[in-house]
Design a protein around this ligand. Sequence first.
Ligand code: ADP
Length: 647
Amino acid sequence: MKFSLGFVLAISLAGLQFLAILIVVSTSYLTSEKAMLQHARDRLAEAGANASEHSSGFLKPAREVAELSQRVIESGIVGTNDFPQLENFLFQTLQTETQISGIYFGDEAGNFTYVMRSDDGPGPFRTKIIRPGLRAQSADLIWRNADFSTVETLVDPNDSFDPRTRPWYESAKLNRSTVWTDPYVFFSSRQLGISVAVPVVFDNAIKGVIGVDIEISTISNFLSELELSTHGSALILDGAGNVIAHPRMAQMIEGDTDSAPDLVGIEDIDDPVAQAAFNQSGSDGLIKVERETQSEFEYENDKYVSLLKPLSETELPWTIAVYAPEKDFTQSIKNNRTRNIWLAALVSFLAALAGLALAELILRPVRAFAVRTALVSQGEVPDTAPLPETYKELEKANETLIDQIAQRRNADARILELNRDLSHFSRVNLMGQMATGLAHELSQPLTAISQNVDAAITTAKQHKDINPDLLNILTELDDQAHRGGDILRALRGFIRKDQGEKKPFDVNELVKQTQSLLHHEALEQKVTLRFDVNQMPLVTGNRIQIAQVLINLVRNAIEAITEADSPVKEVAIMAREQPNHLEIWVEDTGPGISPDVTLFKQFETSKKDGMGLGLSICRTIAEANGGRLWYDQDHKEGSRFCLSLPI
Ligand code: ADP
């Protein structure tokens, strides 16, 4: 199937555009998906580092405050038995760091000085001093303003608190170094918290322990204020998998506020996303990581990224967990990508339109040119008519075409003429040849008739009573037989005289014309005609008669190939120059000559409709032109007829 140039151009342009968009869009989609996930991970890692750093930054001052107080007490600047001075010092220290809820010093004698922030008392700060050596099981409570002025004082006669039994005291004493406690319930506030405790040592003996409290709710508040991403959160887990801090603090504390609150695991907090993110991390609920680990998960059709990271720069065995929907980090990029894809589609659509317009622009002169060429070739427009405005290449093609058309017409006319001459000659020649054959065949019976009639007349004349009419009839018969013989002789003489006009001619040209004449016939039978005739010297002879011979030989070859349905279908005409003459070979890939046929003999044919005269006429023609026609017996595979003509 053939397509028009316009169709091919339009389809190619649109197809190429489509392909280009498809490749760009799909590769950019795939790569951007990966890049966006990486981007989300990077942003989350940043957020995780940020949260971890801030959390450490939040906890570290408590330790610094405790250690500073230790140095101050150990240096003797503040005396451990000067309770007003100690209280004042602790009060000052508490005010330096807002996240600290309380600071205290307990000693080996069970004395305890504790300064804390107080939300529900008569003043914003409250001091508790326990001195078992002075009064057993009672505590002095003092509420103060920020300027240390006293708001109210009270004696609690039933305070059995003993610092030496508290976890922070025991742990610091045991380790003789700074320690962080596990989360526990503060004695006074009943709030969950952690403490950092530092031993105070005099002369290598533990004198007491400084403690600093941080309420866990303070860490949660801090986490909720930490801006990770639009929908992201962070939480802190202790070594046992308990949630230490979560932005929604209230949900973490189970039970009513009067009893001691318990720590809860992730599965107990009302945060399904956090559960989806971290619940599966440890089989026994323990979540502890040595180094930063990232993962992805899906919750309600949204992709999330999560990160677990040990809390940096503290001795606390805590893990900070951060999670956020991927879209928090990638939504703007995704929007941008969608916009870009639409933009690319629009641009390529416009480009395709422009391409089609361009194709039309390019094609218009080509079409006009094609129409004009068709009209010129049909003779409806003279080839001198001006060419439509067009391209240089077309102008050149036009000139070549006009030239070719003209040449084809000189050539077609000649072939037509040759064809006419040939068919006329063929008829004349065939009749002549038939007449020759007939004359030859008839002359014998005529002679026999004539001789027998002569004998009959002689016999009749010997009988006297012969009927004169019979004698007349016999005499008339004899005359007619003689007349018939005369006519046949005259006919043979006439045919022998008709040898046609002989002139030098170009075999090369004649062979080409033969090809043109037989082109369609060969094409119909799918036979290839091959001509291997280079520049040859002129030969002398009757051009039309020689054409008749060539056509007859080639036609016989085509018929033989077709009849036998040879696998290779080819007829070749070749010319070889010999001393004084030229040899023309007609070879074919047919079955060769049937053994039943005697070549060049009149009326010998193997064909149903054949007359068996072609070859004998051809030989007569060849000889009449001073040449020869023979079959090459030595040739193997197919047939080879050879015609020689004088140069
Ligand atoms: P016709 O074509 O009418 O049969 P021809 O004298 O041209 O008469 O050919 C005589 C016979 O010679 C053909 O019938 C055919 O059997 C044989 N013959 C001629 N040319 C070829 C050829 N190229 N290959 C095989 N047989 C051929």
